[in-house]
Write a protein that binds this ligand. Structure first.
Ligand code: URA
Length: 208
């Protein structure tokens, strides 16, 4: 079991509005951002802090400091961009890399068309973000590509996951932890998640 599902009334509440066909672009974006922040909260629970001494108005104290620069956030274009604000709201100094993939119409394999990572990507902890983990093909290809670059610590953050996608990531990359807001029932014949929320990219960008 590589998935951590956020089980919380706030998430259930927000997901209900997010999924609703009547929810408009503005609210959809805001909710994706909020849920992404909550996913990030969970995914950074194991973060190592550096000891540092600060001074309150009353006295000195020792506290913990996150090395934000150690993180790279990698949205899978284009829907992944919808989650970015929610992550950098809480890790504002994280670096951001981008990957773009499309599906070959004959082989159905993901083909990379864009790949731009921050320097020293191999030394950073990478949080891949993509709202819908459907077949898992793009996420798995992204993880493989980052591993080729030498990245060792990778987490995958998504809003809605299908069992099919989770199974693929567990098979291909058992070392990668998945954080999701919910696990839905299944995929339909065109690889949309059921009940899902439709096309996340179209809903974030208002393209449909
Ligand atoms: N991508 C989406 O945007 N929605 C789905 O249901 C599946 C993949």
């Amino acid at each position: 079991m590589n998935e951590i599902v956020l089980n919380h009334p706030l998430i259930t509440h927000k997901l209900g509005i997010l999924r609703d066909i009547h929810t408009g672009t503005k609210e959809f974006r805001e909710l994706i951002t909020e849920i992404s922040t909550l996913l990030c909260y969970e995914a950074t629970k194991d973060a190592k802090l550096e000891k540092t001494t600060i001074e309150t108005p009353l006295e000195k104290m020792e506290t913990g400091k996150l090395n934000e620069d150690n993180y790279a956030i990698v949205p899978i274009l284009r829907a992944g961009m919808g989650m970015l604000d929610g992550i950098i709201n809480v890790i504002p100094n994280a670096k951001v890399g981008h990957i773009g993939l499309y599906r070959d119409e004959e082989t159905f394999q993901p083909i990379e068309y864009y790949f731009k990572m921050p320097e020293n990507i191999e030394g950073r902890e990478v949080l891949i973000i993509d709202p819908m983990l459907a077949t898992g093909g793009s996420a798995s290809a992204t993880i493989s590509r980052l591993k080729e670059e030498g990245v060792q610590k990778i987490k995958l953050l998504c809003v809605v996951a299908a069992p099919e996608g989770i199974n693929l990531i567990e098979k291909d990359h058992p070392d990668v932890q998945i954080y999701c807001a919910t696990v839905d029932r299944t995929l339909n014949e065109t690889a949309y998640i059921l009940p899902g929320l439709g096309d996340a990219g179209d809903r974030v960008y208002g393209t449909k």
